[in-house]
Design a protein around this ligand. Structure first.
Ligand code: XMP
Length: 517
């Protein structure tokens, strides 16, 4: 197993992810863990992450000296390389030329880590690697025993190795995909240098995660707000597997869910997995509170506040609960705390449950906080959750509330639910659901004139939205086939009384957002 010591880089979790992808077990810990901890952990290799500090200044982070005394391979990345150099007798200085972003380095052929790994050979016969750099300092003089593995004009020591002791330092980031050979380099370190096999996988992760949850929670009660979304569902399934009936889920139906959503959630969790789920049908309260409210932000505030109130009321009844579990995943952690793994405990405000741990005096349990979305999905499948629940498009906390423009009414919600169901069904049929990142219908409370049979109609408009995106920060509208759009439009107008016009949203993000409100 691999120990990753975190010096605070925004990429540290990516290192962990790459190691897991290579089938090797790893744990990520702060750089200042004790020597005893490291000895007890007994790693077969250690990776020192990058970080924002400068080795040149005194009192900046250093690796525990034992890292270099255990006789195991060590890979220092960026700041990790610099602290390695400084701690072993080399010299680090502020670089005159800083490098941020894409860079080319040429390898010297020395050092197992980079040997025969290259992107191309240039006209002078040099082996070139395309890498991602992000540094202000650089190693000026290597410690005794090291040789240069790679260099460029700005950074004459871009990678260094002490083959005898199996210590490697690289100034660039192999964990980001911009470094094309990054995976090959990490694989080389894990499999060839540390001699680790590819024997770790998701079922192992489940076992380990269960062990950790049991150790943390003991005999205490845990409550979790189940939304039907992927993250809270996977968290619920995992925690239930770990502590069984100590877990109680609260599922609040706000009347703004998708078609059949409440039934599906109850089927999967309460009936199938036998998780204790308190199903609160609060739709009337929500529609009541939203009456006459048109402003999108005001609507969000009302829906969020009402949810917290209802959830809190239910939670207070579960008197033995000490823990509030949440399906926070790693991207949420970065978003809310700038990637500082040590102090990343703010909760994304749109997670709906912000503030709850304080008022309820509960401790936070977040078993997914080190995982990326696709890992969460894989974990969900390993836990036996249904594939369509796992592969479902994201759904915002305020639900259909932000897809009914202006005032939210029960009648509108019913029309929208039906239209959305038809759209999603046809996307599945046409094989387009998995090709889009998010797709849904929007209720436009505008009436337009139509003709059906021999009669005039004067009814509402449904807009269809389908986008493709990597990270939901930017998105393109999906080029759905006209035939598919035509079919959806026909079905919606024919099957739903009250809708006589369907339009397709062809706005990108930016400037439009994905949701209409
Ligand atoms: P926008 O509309 O800002 O949405 O382009 C980006 C992504 O975030 C989702 N979204 C939300 N998710 N609570 C959530 O849990 C919210 O209040 C919320 N608002 C937007 C949206 O569905 C899209 O995936």
């Amino acid at each position: 197993k691999i120990l990753i010591l975190d010096f605070g880089s925004q990429y540290t979790q990516l290192i962990a992810r790459r190691v897991r992808e290579s089938g090797v077990y790893c744990e990520l810990h702060p750089y200042d863990v004790t020597a005893e901890f490291i000895e007890r952990f007994s790693p077969q290799g250690i990776i020192l992450s990058g970080g924002p500090a400068s080795v040149v200044e005194i009192e900046t982070p250093r690796a525990p000296q034992i890292v270099f005394e255990l006789g195991v391979p060590v890979l220092g990345i960026c700041y990790g390389m610099q602290t390695m150099a400084a701690q072993l007798g080399g010299i680090v200085e502020n670089a005159v030329v800083r490098e941020f972003g894409y860079a080319e380095i040429s390898t010297t052929g020395g050092g197992t880590l980079l040997m025969d790994i290259q992107d191309r050979i240039d006209t002078q016969g040099q082996n070139i690697l395309d890498v991602w750099m992000s540094h202000g300092d650089k190693v000026e003089t290597m410690p005794p025993g090291f040789q240069v593995m790679a260099l460029n004009a700005a950074t004459p020591i871009a990678a260094m190795a002490d083959e005898q002791r199996r210590f490697y330092g690289i100034q660039f980031h192999p964990e980001v995909t911009h470094t094309l050979q990054g995976k090959a380099i990490i694989d080389r370190f894990l499999h060839d240098i540390c001699n680790l096999g590819r024997d770790w996988n998701m079922p192992d992760y489940v076992e380990e995660a269960i062990g950790r949850i049991r150790a943390t929670v003991g005999h205490d009660g845990v409550i979790l707000g189940l939304s039907g979304g992927v993250d809270s569902s996977v968290a619920a399934a995992l925690i239930h597997k770990a502590v069984g009936d100590q877990l109680t889920c609260v599922f609040v139906d706000n009347g703004l869910l998708r078609a059949n959503e409440a039934r599906q959630v109850m089927d999967t969790f309460a009936n199938h997995l036998e998780v204790k789920v308190i199903h609160v049908d609060a739709s009337r309260i929500f529609f009541e509170r939203l009456k006459g409210v048109n402003d999108p932000e005001e609507k969000r505030r009302i829906i969020g506040r009402e949810f917290v109130e209802i959830f809190q009321g239910e939670a207070e009844k579960i008197i033995d609960a000490q823990w509030l579990a949440q399906g926070t995943i790693y991207p949420d952690v970065i978003e809310s705390a700038g990637g500082k793994t040590k102090k990343a405990n703010t909760i994304k405000s749109h997670h709906n449950v912000g503030g709850l741990p304080e008022t309820l005096h509960l401790k936070l349990l977040e078993p997914l906080r080190e995982l990326f979305k696709d890992e969460v999905r894989e974990l969900g499948l390993a836990l036996g959750l249904p594939r369509d629940m796992i592969n479902r498009h994201p759904f915002p906390g305020p639900g259909l509330g932000v897809r009914i423009l202006g005032e939210v009414k029960y009648e509108y919600a019913e029309l929208l639910r039906h239209a959305d169901q038809i759209f999603i069904e046809e996307l599945h049929r046409a094989g387009w659901y998995q090709k889009t990142s998010q797709a849904f219908a929007v209720f436009v409370p505008v009436k337009s004139v139509g003709v059906m049979g021999d009669g005039r109609t004067y009814e509402y408009v449904i807009a269809l939205r389908a986008v493709q995106t990597q990270d939901f920060m930017t998105a393109n509208w999906a080029e759905l086939p006209y035939s598919l759009l035509g079919k959806v439009s026909n079905r919606i107008i024919n099957e739903i009384r009250g809708i006589n016009r369907v339009v397709y949203d062809i706005s990108g993000k930016p400037p439009a957002t994905i949701e209409w409100e």
